[in-house]
Design a protein around this ligand. Structure first.
Ligand code: HEC
Length: 103
């Protein structure tokens, strides 16, 4: 009886883990969606808004690595996102900020 119970537990665990991996996948791969959720309020939809002294991302010359550390650890008035976003999410949103061009 205990054996059957263990198999059942294992099956449930398997279903749950593939389910959450699916969710993580859709969220972490979409830098644009993360940006619109967490960053737009200060940096603007197109990265050219400077609310509260926020850097204009359209004018930023920062490298991808520097952007990743600013997003993870914060800088000046910008809050750190290291506790909110996963490493993968930070990387994809940092990549997304590289798509802003100077208009
Ligand atoms: C509360 C407002 C606020 C939010 C929300 C915010 N930022 Fe910022 N961000 C700032 C400010 C202010 C600076 C300038 C910091 C400084 O230089 O002192 C900045 C700087 C940056 C820089 C550095 C640009 C440069 O060249 O100096 C990047 C990259 C950046 N933010 C990306 C993001 C991303 C991506 C998000 C969303 C995950 C985000 N920010 C959310 C306010 C914000």
């Amino acid at each position: 009886m205990r054996y059957v119970y263990l198999i059942l537990l294992f099956a449930v665990g398997l279903v749950l883990s593939s389910w959450s991996a699916d969710i993580a996948h859709t969220v972490s791969d979409d830098g644009e969606e993360i940006y619109l959720t967490y960053c737009k309020s200060c940096h603007g939809k197109k990265g050219n808004l400077g609310i509260g002294g926020a850097a204009k991302l359209t004018k930023s010359k920062m490298t991808l690595d520097d952007r990743i550390s600013v997003i993870k650890d914060g800088k000046g008035k910008m809050a750190p996102f290291g506790a909110i976003l996963s490493k993968k999410e930070i990387k994809s949103v940092a990549k997304f900020t590289l798509t802003f061009t100077n208009e």
